[in-house]
Every structure is written in structure tokens, then in C-alpha cells.
Design a protein around this ligand. Structure first.
Ligand SMILES: *Cc1c(COP(=O)(O)O)cnc(C)c1O
Length: 360
């Protein structure tokens, strides 16, 4: 069997370091926030080239707090894409604001910058680009439009730890960068986790308050906050794993190169890397109009694959109230029918990739 993801292989490769880090937290009893979380916040912010990092309990919470810190709420609109994980859109809804969709560009699966301006209204407060699959959105035009209309830019970097746009690390390009440390992400905790990074001191301060009940000192609540704190054990584990992240990213890139070479004449379309991108391959997705058949046949060969994502958010029953219809975002709808994610993780063997490619 070739799994889509193998978290156990990674744990076994760093078991000694991880077990020791967990044991230290147990001894310290700093189970919520604490020194390990604070150290990880600094180290991860540095990794992103950002001044501040605020650890939270999920990527979704990171998005929610970034939106709140930007002052977004009822009556506001936030522009994003429908071809994303539902959390991007859910977080906008949590604030009371309305998600407004712009279609993706088919080559990069990221927001089509040519279509952003026509989605802007008087209510628009922010643009929320998603660095889908680990490839950055085209940030320069996004920043230029945001500047012109006075909009905040919040990067959904949940799939893009260490990705770069024109040599700049994602997360520190817009006003906020939001990361997830869900176990299957490129940098994954052993539970839930997330972080907001920013270069703005006021934003960092607000998010720090909001994640911990809005308290400035214990029991002195100056904002209506949340219990969105990152756990000590996760901070300690993530510190260990951050030290390996670059090596793991390089392994993913090398696997992508092997897939690209061996799938070149297979009839499936391989991922396109934009000239401005350092792609970190959270997902290696090919495209074919025979996707469902291919997936079933791979499954019969014990090769696991995934679909990210089979239904664009504007067509989900949960978001019917937004009033969109079939045909509103044709590139997102087509991608949802054609993408197939192949096995991708640092420990994946060359032989396994060869077998997958041969079968395709
Ligand atoms: C994983 C993910 C999120 C949410 O992160 P959680 O940690 O699962 O809450 C948000 N956006 C995208 C694009 C994601 O892939």
C-alpha cells in the first residue's frame, strides 16, 4: 500500500527529540501557552521573516483573529476564492462579515487578480488570498489593489509554510499571515495549532489579547476575547519540527520533480509553478478529465490519493445563503472536477513515486 500521507514515518525519524520535548513540558507543567509556545512564536515568526508571531489553537482561529484585529465585522465584505478549504470562508462568517468570491486562475489555483476589482464594493474591507497547495498567490497586484482601495490583506498560508513570492516568505507580505499546524500540514502539531504572523505591533497586541479572553492581566478583560490558546506540548513539538522543516520541504520539492519527470508523457497535467513562486508542495495535484476513474483505479492498486477539493464553497449547501449558483466561478468548478492529489510527504520513497507514475 502507498499511503497519501504517513505521519508515523515522520515521528519515527525524530522520535527521540519529540519524546524529550514532550517530557520536558510534562515536567514544567506549562500546558497552555508558556515558555515553549513563546519560543516557538519567535522562531516561527523569524522563519517567516515577520516581527511578531501569536500562537493559537488552529489555523481557523488564526484567520478569525486576524479578521477581528483588522476591525472586520457585520456589514463588511471580504474577498476570497471559493476553491479552498471551507475554513477560509467560515472564518470570514464568524466575524459577521460576508464572503465575496473571485474565481481562481487555472494554472496556479490561486485568486485571479484580474477579477478582484470588479468584486470590490463600498463594503469591501479586505482581500484574503489563499496560497493553495503551497504555491503563493500573485501578491504584487493584490497589494497594489489593496493600497488603492484602502483594504487589508490577510494571507491564508495554512498550506504554505516556507513558500516564497519573489523571494519573500509568505505570511509577512500582507498585513497578516495565518498558518495552520494541523497534523497533515507541512509543519504539523500532534493535535491542533495555528499562528498569526504580522509586522504590525498593534495588530500583534490585539491578537494576543483576543486569543486569551481579552485579558490584559489575569481577570482584567479589556476586549471580548476567546479561548484560542496554543498548548505547551504543541509548542514544544513544533519547535523540534521547525528545525527539520527546510529539509522536509526540499524532500517534497524533489518528489515533485520526480513526479513531473515521470508523468511528463502520461496524459495527466502536472502542476504549474509560477515564475514568482517557491512552491512547497503541501499538495501535489495533477489534473485530468478522467479524474474519478483514475482515482478508483489507483485505489485498486492500493495507491491512496485525495481530492482538494471536490466541491467549491459557493456550491456547498452550508453556504447557499450567499446566493451563488452553478456557473458563477467556472474555473473553480472545473478544477473541483479535475484535480487529483497524489501521495506527498517528505518520507515518501523514490520507488513509491515510480510505481505511482508507472501506473498512471
Ligand atoms: C487547514 C486549512 C485551514 C484551517 O486550519 P485548521 O488548523 O484546520 O483550522 C484554513 N485554510 C486552509 C487553506 C487550510 O488548508
Amino acid at each position: 500500500m502507498i499511503p497519501f500521507l504517513d505521519l508515523k514515518a515522520q515521528y519515527q525519524s525524530i522520535k527521540k527529540e519529540i519524546d524529550e520535548a514532550i517530557s520536558n513540558v510534562l515536567e514544567s507543567t506549562q500546558f497552555v501557552l508558556g515558555n515553549e509556545v513563546a519560543a516557538f512564536e519567535n522562531e516561527f515568526a523569524t522563519y517567516c521573516n515577520a516581527r511578531y508571531g501569536i500562537g493559537v489553537n488552529s489555523g481557523t482561529s488564526a484567520l478569525h483573529l486576524a479578521l477581528l484585529a483588522a476591525g472586520i465585522g457585520v456589514g463588511d465584505e471580504v474577498i476570497t476564492i471559493p476553491f479552498t478549504f471551507v475554513a477560509t470562508v467560515a472564518a470570514i462568517g464568524y466575524t459577521g462579515a460576508k464572503p465575496v468570491f473571485v474565481d481562481i486562475e487555472p494554472d496556479s489555483f490561486t485568486i485571479d487578480v484580474k477579477q478582484i476589482e470588479k468584486a470590490i464594493t463600498k463594503q469591501t474591507k479586505a482581500i484574503l488570498p489563499v496560497h493553495l497547495y503551497g504555491q503563493p498567490a500573485n501578491m504584487d497586484p493584490i497589494l497594489e489593489i489593496a493600497q488603492r482601495y484602502g483594504l487589508t490583506v490577510i494571507e491564508d498560508a495554512a498550506q504554505a509554510h516556507g513558500a516564497e513570492y519573489k523571494g519573500r516568505r509568505v505570511g509577512s507580505i500582507g498585513d497578516f499571515g495565518c498558518f495552520s499546524f494541523y497534523p497533515g500540514k507541512n509543519l504539523g502539531a500532534y493535535g491542533e495549532g495555528g499562528m498569526v504572523v504580522t509586522n504590525n505591533e498593534n495588530y500583534a497586541h490585539t491578537i494576543k489579547l483576543l486569543r486569551d479572553w481579552g485579558q490584559e492581566q489575569k481577570y482584567h478583560h479589556v476586549l471580548k476575547g476567546y479561548n484560542y490558546r496554543l498548548e505547551g506540548i504543541q509548542g514544544a513539538i513544533l519547535r523540534v519540527k521547525l528545525r527539520h522543516l527546510e529539509a522536509w520541504t526540499k524532500a517534497r520539492q524533489s518528489h515533485a520533480k520526480q513526479y513531473n519527470e515521470q508523468l511528463a508523457n502520461s496524459g495527466v497535467q502536472i502542476p504549474k509553478v509560477m515564475h514568482y513562486s517557491r512552491h512547497v508542495y503541501h499538495i501535489y495535484a495533477v489534473r485530468t478529465n478522467q479524474r474519478d476513474t483514475l482515482q478508483q483505479q489507483l485505489q485498486q492498486q492500493q495507491i491512496q490519493t485525495g481530492i482538494h477539493y471536490p466541491v467549491p464553497v459557493h456550491l456547498m449547501p452550508a453556504y447557499a445563503d450567499l446566493g451563488y449558483q452553478v456557473g458563477d466561478f467556472p474555473q473553480s468548478e472545473l478544477a473541483a472536477k479535475e484535480v487529483l492529489s497524489l501521495p506527498m510527504y517528505a518520507e515518501l520513497s523514490n520507488l513509491a513515486i515510480e510505481q505511482v507514475c508507472e501506473f498512471i
